[in-house]
Structure formats: structure tokens, C-alpha cells
Design a protein around this ligand. Structure first.
Ligand code: NAX
Ligand code: K
Length: 522
């Protein structure tokens, strides 16, 4: 598991150590220098003659870069520090100069000089981005913004060392300067990094869209901070999911494995019913019950003879894939699925006459229009950004889709607060928010963005919730963890279905059993 802490928590953990005189910056800078040396060695035969440009801001982030630059200079690397602010870390600057580093001051310079320096930096072997760290407030401003803009443009054009592999390797210090450390937003220009060396703890912004795609490989360095509060964000890894997977024993039967009830698909969209039930069957549900129009039920059974059509005991519900949601739908276009979905959600709340036990529910697509005012945390909503926008707007938030995409954690959290449910926001990186704690999962290849993939995820998640039905209802935080695990399995199954190439949704479902076997076999 990767845990990430907000900037304030990192600062609070640093404070007592700094007071005690612990050399945190030395540790950070030394680790940064070691990583840059390793990256240089991977790219060229000799350190001597290698060129490193440091982009240096006013604060301690720039200090880290300057001290690391001094270590590099002592190893024979040609180091140039470009100061983008009126101030720079005094000790760092003196140390770099003593080690033989050059300093270029951009304070008071015009756009021409900024352009020339950017062109020089574009010919370095490594650019170290130490403009801003966790002290950043809003978008990069002034000279820093101009330089980063010019350099990002030069790098995108492919200007770079004639004898090198095309362009410099960019290493961000703590985080790519100008991203939102806590929320992964991109308020302004950012120099995309190939690697981010982050100190003390991973910051949530490094794991969250849209900033995560600007961070490259994230290398976390321990500088001795004790972060003992709960992390702001977590990311499950394969071993976490393997450990938690309920592997059946000799005493298990279909009801201990979990029965998934699926309300999905209509005559117009029968495929969603096939894909959702396939996802649930392939994830190892004890049994899958389909609830829907007869003709769709026949298609489901033809594809998956394991599925039982009709009512009966259910330990988790999946409501909504392939069910229309728009107000412009004629009332009979849903083949009775809204009514079945409403009954399923009432049963899942524990409010249906004759149903004693509440049960977890996955609420997807058209099911989202069936939610009441407040939901229990064992309801997992699985919208994409467009559906989340509709949900938020229906609850009074004046928000547009592009705003949701620009700050997915913020808006998933808002939807969690407004509904009480657990929210899984689908995307290239999946964000899950429960009543306490959030996850981000980046397991899926881009190829997974294909019609029907979400239906498979809904079925897969339904099966995972059914297997731990009572626990999920009892522990308000568990649904989010199970949802994050489902996103991991889904993404890995897509990779397994066709490594490096296109996948169809049903192929993803078919790849789930082998994916799970690999996870639990660890
Ligand atoms: N506190 C510590 O002891 C440690 C801090 N470390 C480093 O220190 C960093 C935090 O240092 P600071 O708190 O000095 O903050 P930063 O270095 O992130 O930047 C703060 C400075 O940037 C300016 N600034 C803020 N927003 C700006 C914007 N949008 N455009 C232009 N300038 C802006 C501020 O005026 C301030 O002077 C961490 O990210 C990490 O790299 C590490 O050395 C480890 C130890
Ligand atoms: K930085």
C-alpha cells in the first residue's frame, strides 16, 4: 500500500525534528543527488562532462536543489543553477558556488533572456525542478511561469542534446512545481517530470489526476519523519488485494461465497446485462441472480448458464448498468427496470418488507437516478465524470464536467458528503472516496476506456461486496477499500487480457479468474 499525506501533515511531522536540529534538508538533498547520479549513469557513460540545470525557487525546495547540485558538482558534473525568484536559499547558494557550480540569475531579466536560458536548459542531460514544493500557493507566477512555459515548449519540440537521447531527463524535487500537492490539480503551467523524488511522505497530488500524469516515476525518500495520523489518500497494491481476498475453504457454499443480484440491461441494451453478470460470475460470486425483462434474461443465460433468473436471497446488489436515466426517456423504455432497481435499493437499505438484512449495493449509470436523499456508506456509486457532474448538479452544485475532471478528488468527496454513499469515480486513474479516507488506483491501461468496461467493473465489484456482505454493512470504511481493490483487479485483468493492446469488455471479464489466482497466489 502506498500512503500519502497532505502538506500540512508533512510540515507538522517535520517541525519537532527541525527544532531538534535534525538535518532534514541535507538528507533530502543527498538522496536527490544520489538519484540524479543514478539517472545520469543510466543515460551516459561518464559523469564528467554531464550537464545538469537546476531551476531554483525562493524556498526550501530550491534549497534542496542547490545542495544536491553541490554534491553533483563535486562529482565532476557541470551544474548551472537558474534562479527564478528574487531570493534563493543562502546556504544552498554558497555551497553550490564553493563546489564549482555556476549561477544564472533571472531576476529582473526580460522574456528574451528567459527564452535563451530555456533553450540552454533544453540541451542539458538532466533538469532538476526545484522551483516550488509544498509551499506553492496557486499557479506558478512571474519568471518561474515564463521559464517553465518556455522549457516545456522546447521539450515538447524535442530540442535537446545532439549526442543525447533527444531531450533532458526531468527530475522534480518533492513534486513537479506548481501542482496542487494535496489535490492533484494543475492551476497553471507545470514542467512534466520523468521522475519525482519526494521527501518524508508521498503527497496525494502525485497519485491524483490530472497531476499524476506529470510526475513520472515517483521515488519516495525516508528522511525520518514519523507520520502517525491517518493518511489523506491511499493506493492499494497487488499484495494488499491478494491478502484480503476471501479464498473459499472446504466449509464454504454459495451463500457464504455471496449471491449477487443484478438489475441491469433493457431490450434496447441487453449487452450491459451480459457484461455485468459476466463480471460477477468471473470474480467468483457464489451465485448470480438476474432481475430484468424475460428476453434479456434469456440472453444472459445463453451467455452465462450459471446465472439464475428471478427473485431470491441476495447478499449484494448491482443496479443500473444499461438502464436509461435521462428524463427524456419514454416511461416504458426501461422495461420495468426502474421499478426493479428501486426495490433492489430498498432491500439493500434494509427497508423492504420481508428483507431483514441490509446488503451492499453498486449503483451505476441509470441506477444513479434512483437514489434517495441519503445513502448508507455500503452503497458504492460508480459514475464517470459526466455522471458525477449530473449527480452533483441534481444536488445543487453548480459544477461542469471539465471542473470535475480538473479536481476529481474534490468533487468525488463532495458527492460522498452530499449522498453519504461511497463514491468510485471512474477514469484513467480511479478515485474512491468513503466516509473516512480516499483511494486512487492507476492500474488500468488506456485501452480499458471502452464501452461495457464499466458494466464488468460493476459486476466484479458486486461479487467482491457480496463475499464480505455483513462486514461491509458493519464497517462504514470497508466499502471504499473493496471498491479500490475492484478497480485494481479490473485494471490488471485488462492488461492480462491483451498486454499492450486493445481489449473488449468481455475479454476483461474473462481475464478476471487468472488475475485473481495470481493475486491470491502471492
Ligand atoms: N521543511 C523542511 O525542513 C524540509 C523541506 N523540504 C523541502 O522544502 C519544501 C518546502 O519549502 P518551503 O516551505 O520553503 O516552500 P517552497 O520551497 O515550496 O516555496 C515557497 C516559496 O515560494 C514562493 N511561492 C509560493 N507560491 C508561489 C507561486 N505560485 N509562484 C511563485 N512563487 C511562489 C513563496 O513566496 C515562498 O517564498 C518541500 O517541498 C521540500 O522540497 C526538504 O528539504 C525536507 C525538509
Ligand atoms: K519542485
Amino acid at each position: 500500500m502506498i500512503s500519502a499525506w497532505d502538506a500540512d501533515d508533512v510540515r507538522a511531522a517535520e517541525a519537532p525534528l527541525l527544532e531538534a536540529g535534525e538535518p532534514l534538508m541535507d538528507r533530502a538533498a543527498f538522496a536527490l543527488a544520489r538519484q540524479v547520479l543514478a539517472d545520469l549513469r543510466a543515460r551516459r557513460r561518464h559523469l564528467r562532462g554531464a550537464r545538469v540545470v537546476l531551476l531554483v525557487g525562493a524556498g526550501n525546495n530550491g534549497g534542496d536543489a542547490l545542495f544536491a547540485g553541490a554534491v553533483l558538482a563535486r562529482r565532476g558534473v557541470a551544474v548551472t543553477a537558474v534562479l527564478v525568484s528574487d531570493r534563493a536559499h543562502d546556504g544552498g547558494l554558497t555551497t553550490l558556488r564553493r563546489a564549482g557550480g555556476r549561477v544564472v540569475d533571472l531576476a529582473g531579466e526580460g522574456p528574451e533572456r528567459v527564452g535563451a536560458v530555456a533553450a540552454q536548459a533544453a540541451r542539458a542531460d538532466v533538469v532538476v525542478d526545484g522551483v516550488l514544493g509544498i509551499g506553492a500557493r496557486g499557479a506558478l507566477r512571474g519568471r518561474a511561469a515564463e521559464l517553465v512555459d518556455a522549457l516545456a515548449e522546447a521539450l515538447a519540440r524535442g530540442d535537446g542534446p545532439a549526442d543525447g537521447p533527444g531531450r533532458p531527463w526531468v527530475v522534480a524535487v518533492d513534486l513537479p512545481s506548481g501542482i496542487g500537492a494535496d489535490d492533484g490539480t494543475l492551476p497553471g503551467p507545470v514542467l512534466p517530470a520523468d521522475r519525482t523524488v519526494t521527501f518524508g511522505a508521498v503527497k496525494p497530488g502525485l497519485l491524483l489526476p490530472p497531476a499524476a500524469s506529470r510526475c513520472g516515476e515517483v521515488t519516495a525518500v525516508d528522511i525520518g519523519l514519523a507520520l502517525d495520523g491517518p493518511p489523506a489518500l491511499r493506493r492499494l497494491e497487488a499484495a494488499d488485494v491478494g491478502r484480503a481476498w476471501p479464498v473459499p475453504g472446504p466449509a464454504d457454499h454459495k451463500y457464504t461465497r455471496g449471491v449477487v443480484g443484478v438489475v441491469a440491461g433493457t431490450a434496447a441494451y441487453p449487452g450491459a446485462a451480459v457484461l455485468t453478470t459476466s463480471g460477477a460470475v468471473r470474480a467468483g460470486a457464489g451465485m448470480v441472480r438476474y432481475r430484468g425483462p424475460g428476453a434479456v434474461g434469456q440472453a444472459v443465460v445463453a451467455a452465462r448458464p450459471e446465472v439464475v433468473v428471478g427473485p431470491g436471497r441476495v447478499q449484494s446488489w448491482v443496479v443500473g448498468p444499461g438502464i436509461p436515466s435521462g428524463p427524456d426517456q419514454p416511461p416504458d423504455a426501461d422495461d420495468g427496470q426502474h421499478e426493479r432497481g428501486g426495490a433492489a435499493l430498498a432491500a439493500a437499505r434494509g427497508e423492504l418488507a420481508g428483507v431483514r438484512e441490509p446488503a451492499p449495493a453498486v449503483v451505476d449509470a441509470g441506477g444513479l437516478a434512483l437514489l434517495g436523499d441519503r445513502c448508507p456508506p455500503w452503497f458504492v456509486l460508480t459514475p464517470h465524470a459526466g455522471e458525477l457532474t449530473t449527480l452533483l448538479r441534481s444536488r445543487g452544485e453548480d459544477v461542469r464536467r471539465h471542473e470535475v475532471e480538473a479536481a476529481p478528488l474534490r468533487w468525488a468527496r463532495r458527492a460522498q458528503e452530499l449522498t453519504g454513499a461511497t463514491v468510485l469515480l471512474k477514469g484513467g486513474v480511479t478515485v474512491v472516496v468513503g466516509p473516512r479516507g480516499a483511494f486512487s488506483q492507476a492500474d488500468a491501461p488506456g485501452w480499458l476506456a471502452t464501452a461495457g468496461a464499466g458494466d464488468v467493473l460493476a459486476g466484479l465489484l458486486g461479487a467482491m461486496l457480496a463475499a464480505r456482505s455483513a462486514e461491509v454493512v458493519e464497517q462504514p470504511t470497508l466499502a471504499a477499500e473493496v471498491a479500490a481493490a475492484a478497480a485494481l483487479v479490473h485494471g490488471r485483468a485488462a492488461r492480462r487480457a491483451n498486454p499492450g493492446g486493445p481489449v473488449a469488455a468481455l475479454d476483461v471479464a474473462e481475464a478476471v479468474p487468472a488475475t485473481v489466482a495470481e493475486l491470491v497466489g502471492r
